[in-house]
Design a protein around this ligand. Structure first.
Ligand SMILES: [Zn+2]
Length: 134
């Protein structure tokens, strides 16, 4: 996969080899680096041994370079976003769930969902075209 993943704030590349790297903070106070697969819809997460979380826990994700919070509060309190640039140099937003175990990834161009991945994507797709419910 030749896609690049960038921080929306500082545009640093977050993909090294075959992993996308984030700094993560759990609600329970755990902090650590986590590695995501750059393959959209692949939810295997690698993390440092000292970092742990429980299913259903909210995890805040941060850029490991500029430490910007990748959360997307204007769309949903449990959503985060990174940029993806594909091999045709087209830029997309990749929106994903901040709830551990929730499988939801949206590939978006401007404000339109291009593709969605994961078995929980349906409920998150409602954030577009509908007002957030809180
Ligand atoms: Zn950054």
């Amino acid at each position: 996969m030749k896609n690049r993943f960038l921080c929306p704030s500082c545009r640093a590349d977050l993909k090294i080899k075959n992993s996308v790297i984030f700094s993560a903070h759990t609600t329970g106070g755990n902090k650590g680096l986590v590695l995501f697969s750059p393959e959209l819809g692949n939810y295997s997460i690698v993390h440092v041994p000292g970092f742990s979380y429980t299913e259903g826990e909210h995890i805040d994700f941060f850029c490991p370079v500029c430490h910007a919070n990748l959360g997307l509060p204007e769309k949903g309190k449990d959503l985060a976003r990174v940029l993806m640039i594909d091999s045709k140099q087209t830029e997309y937003s990749i929106v994903f769930s901040e709830i551990a175990g929730k499988q939801c990834t949206l590939k978006m161009k401007e404000d339109t969902i291009v593709e969605s991945y994961g078995e929980d994507a349906g409920e998150f797709a409602n954030f577009w075209g509908a007002e957030p419910r809180y």
